[in-house]
Ligand binder design. Sequence first.
Ligand code: ZN
Length: 421
Amino acid sequence: MLRFHDAVKERLLRYSRIDSQSGTITGPGPSTPCQRDMAAELCAEMRGLGVSDVFFDESACVVYGRIPASPGTSAEPLAFITHMDTAPDVSGHGVRPWVLEAYDGGDILLNESRNIVMRVTEHPVLKNYVGQDLILTDGTTLLGGDDKAAIAAVMTLAEILLAHPELPHGPICLAFTPDEEVGGLARELDLERLRARFAYTLDGDHVGWYQDQTFNAAAAALEIRGVSVHTGTAKGLMINASDLAVEFLNMLPAREKPQFTDGVEGFYHVCSVSSSCEYARVELIVRDFDENAFASRLTFLSNCTEALNRRYGPDTAALTVREQYRNMGQTLSRHPFLTELLRQAITDCGLEPVCEPFRGGTDGAALTFRGLPCPNLSAGYENAHGRFEFVPIQSMEKNVEILLSLCRRWAEMGTLPDLSR
Ligand SMILES: [Zn+2]
């Protein structure tokens, strides 16, 4: 059995020290210039490994590379897509990763001088990794294993495939994208340049898990125009937009909120309310896995808006809805081999594949909607977006094995028939 322990470890330690935290997207290009540092690192590394067609789209901050098919193998190109940015929730600056070998199952002292301890009672997921080697932070920053654990696995895959031409695989296309954590949705990933009809994103916690379902998602804004009158003479004249905003909020189903739902249940989530007597604005998001239920939710919001207009006069309330992404499951169900191969590859590596509907969006959901079907394989990190984030080195190793198996199985499938997209 090939072992990739040192390769993935060295990579994650190196990547995590590069600050590539994303921020608020304000225009074209990456939300933060530091993401270009990570991009430059990956370009240089790919060139060093002998990856072909390495290209850095500077303005979009997307990195591409390609590994040609192994000699004598004719197979459909397959893409692996990972994101270079880390979450803005906790600082990603000055990350000081370290390795705890052969974890003994107890509490972990992350930072002696500040007395920061990761306790098993607060992070029971640690129990799954007794005996393994963990890459941790010093308790003051995130690690950035989301998604650099995946990048470490993909780069190690590239290294192995290029060093072992006897391993059968078709063309492997690589892309590294910015701003996943802040809703970038791989918008500027150039599908023409990627040159693959199918892809997998690698992201998410727990090794061996994968996702082929995401929410259908929309953002909505309700604008309410009131009538402001001196409070002393307001009787019968004033329409207080603040009151109408509250009226609208009370029309929303009380239990269909994120804090009361899980699994495949959808919800409405009020993101913000700003109001005065004259004007109110309610911003909310709508989520549902089921296409029809999602449409019904949007219709419900329209009906609420109409109800306000009937009660208080036409043009009192106006609703705008912006679709954000669709459940990729609707498209992926037309290409069932994508998840089937993934399940087989996970099983090949001695793991039980676990499929979980993803209660959010992934870059893959947006890409699937753009015509690149894209299930997601977990990257194997834990406690992402926080100071207690960690990555078991063995999880990254497993992911390299899964990717190798996936490439082999993909090649065995040969060229695919002409599929209508
Ligand atoms: Zn991620």
